[in-house]
Design a protein around this ligand. Structure first.
Ligand code: GLN
Length: 541
């Protein structure tokens, strides 16, 4: 029997519900249990794929090509779980499915209105997601409800999870409410009232939480835990301090120290031993006590909004773990690079340059300038997706004599479309879920930097793009020093380019950041950070 842990949020957003959910999964896995996750998002879009990163933050891509909420990234980084299409449901997706069924006549004569079908649909979706991507089922399914209790949008989801015990039994369900217990400086006191109000809101809907995960700057004293327990109707041991920590990977350890996993195991009647947190402690220790540090410039468009590059930032941190190197990020607005008329000022002194993925023309010239700077100064360069396309354009323009080279994404009738529309997709007018998405195999050229870095000649990486390297320019670009070191197994799609005349220059059409975790740092990120450190040491010598 699968057990369900539902995570809701109260008081305000950004309390780290996703990391709390991921941490619970981490602790359950450390106890030898199999887990999976679901994220239920109250917004009406079918998926976040068509939203601006400003609005939504990163779009996380699963192996099976779903465009999902960035919390799925946390879940995959904190556990060994692989999530998929049925791990993220939005209001839009639920309603879309119900309305499609209604039009098809599935509910003919059954009810006057389709409203009850909404909660049924949500329950079915949870049960489907709980089977896991291999369909085998798990011991524990952790379900996070987006938004904050009290929002009107999340009501159908809360109603569905309220009803849930009627289907699976109350003993198989635990409700965790993530809330805020602020310290009010002028009064010199910590305050329980916002949590009381938020739990009241939850109880109005009919949900009685079993656990309160109280975000707080300081440890909540027993006296206040007792007060929260009494007024929120929660057992005192269920009142957990989720204190602010310096490094997000410490959260599972902090919650374990507060006894969270013990309570859940008891509440759900799970049979398992104590958690083995050895590996995880090692990771946290490595991040907290680096021996070296490097500064990596991130030349992108959404630099003000770090949430847009969540997985990327995490993957860079992971990349520093094997060599005990702290990675400091220098966010450089690509627009500024071009505006200043050169990369020299903005990029001087950095140890590595990364041009990440992105869409749209803004900042393109600055990104191409960043590539040129890295190439000419021998600074380790890592291009991801759009970053790889910029690397190709840079070689075309500055070394292959194709001055007007561009991507047809930016100039549809460009004279030299070195990056062009993915062949075969020319007719796609629909924007939702129509990119080249998800995991594809790629073969690496023996002896290349790519092959050496991966330590294997066959890889699989996740994609999210519409445009592609144009094979008509293959020869001209190769003559200009760009080596194609990775391609689809049939050889038709260029996946990786590198520059053998450079100490470390690698650009990939896919998104390796989606497959990195602190316990298994991605080899390309580890290689890039190591190259940046070597560059820094050489420059200092
Ligand atoms: N805009 C580019 C494309 O669609 C790159 C996409 C990306 O960086 N994710 O191909």
């Amino acid at each position: 029997m699968t057990k369900f842990v539902f995570i809701t949020g109260g008081v305000l957003s950004s309390l780290g519900k996703g990391i709390a959910a991921a941490s619970i999964g981490n602790l359950m896995e450390a106890r030898g249990l199999t887990v999976t996750f679901l994220k239920l998002d109250p917004y009406v879009n079918v998926d976040p794929g068509t939203m601006s990163p400003y609005q939504h933050g990163e779009v996380y891509v699963t192996f099976d090509g779903a465009e999902t909420d960035l919390d799925l990234g946390h879940y995959e980084r904190y556990t060994s779980v692989r999530l998929g299409k049925n791990s993220n449901f939005t209001t839009g997706r639920i309603y879309h499915s119900v309305i499609t069924k209604e039009r098809r006549g599935d509910y003919l004569g059954a009810t006057v209105q389709v409203i009850p079908h909404i909660t049924d649909e949500i329950r079915q979706s949870i049960l489907l997601g709980a089977r896991g991507t291999d369909g085998k089922g798990v011991d524990v399914c952790i379900v996070e409800i987006g938004g904050t209790v009290g929002d009107i949008e999340s009501l159908p989801f809360l109603e569905a999870i309220r009803q849930f015990p009627f289907n699976v039994g109350r003993g198989n369900v635990a409700y965790c409410h993530v809330t805020l217990v602020p310290f009010v400086k002028v009064a010199g006191e910590i305050k329980t009232k916002p949590t009381q109000h938020s739990v009241n809101k939850l109880r109005e809907i009919g949900i009685q939480p079993d656990v309160l995960l109280c975000r707080a700057e300081v440890a909540i004293p027993d006296s206040h835990k007792a007060k929260l327990a009494l007024f929120c109707n929660v057992e005192q041991e269920g009142v957990i301090t989720a204190r602010d920590v310096g490094n997000i990977y410490e959260v599972p350890l902090a919650l374990h120290a507060e006894g969270l996993d013990d309570i859940l195991v008891r509440r759900l009647g799970l049979e398992c031993g104590e958690p083995d947190l050895t590996n995880w402690r090692r990771v946290v220790e490595a991040i907290d006590h680096p021996r070296d540090e490097v500064t990596i410039a991130l030349a992108g468009k959404y630099v003000e909004l770090h949430e847009a590059y969540k997985s990327l930032g995490e993957a860079l941190t992971h990349g520093g773990i094997p060599g005990r190197t702290r990675v400091n990020l220098k966010w450089v607005d690509a627009g500024e690079i071009a505006a200043r008329g050169g990369a020299e000022a903005g990029l001087a002194g950095v140890d590595g340059i990364l041009v990440p993925g992105g869409f749209g023309e803004r900042g393109i010239d600055g990104k191409i300038e960043a590539v040129r700077y890295a190439r000419e100064h021998g600074v380790p360069f890592f291009g991801i997706c759009l970053g790889m396309q910029c690397a190709v354009i840079e070689t075309a323009r500055n070394l292959a004599g194709l001055g007007k080279a561009n991507s047809s994404e930016f100039v549809p009738d460009t004279l030299h479309p070195v990056i062009h529309f993915l062949p075969g997709q020319e007719s796609v007018g629909n924007k939702g879920g129509t990119m080249r998405l998800g995991a594809y195999d790629c073969d690496l050229v023996p002896g290349s930097l790519a092959e050496k870095t991966y330590g294997t000649a066959h890889i699989s990486e996740r994609h999210r793009h519409r445009y592609e390297f144009n094979n008509d320019y293959r020869e001209r670009l190769e003559k200009a020093g760009l080596k194609i070191s990775g391609a689809s197994p049939d050889g038709s799609l260029v996946e990786i380019v590198e520059r053998p005349d450079h100490p470390w220059f690698l650009a990939v059409q896919f998104h390796p950041e989606f497959q990195s975790s602190p316990v298994t740092p991605h080899p390309v990120f580890a290689g890039f950070v190591a190259a940046a450190l070597a560059h820094k040491k050489k420059a200092a010598a």
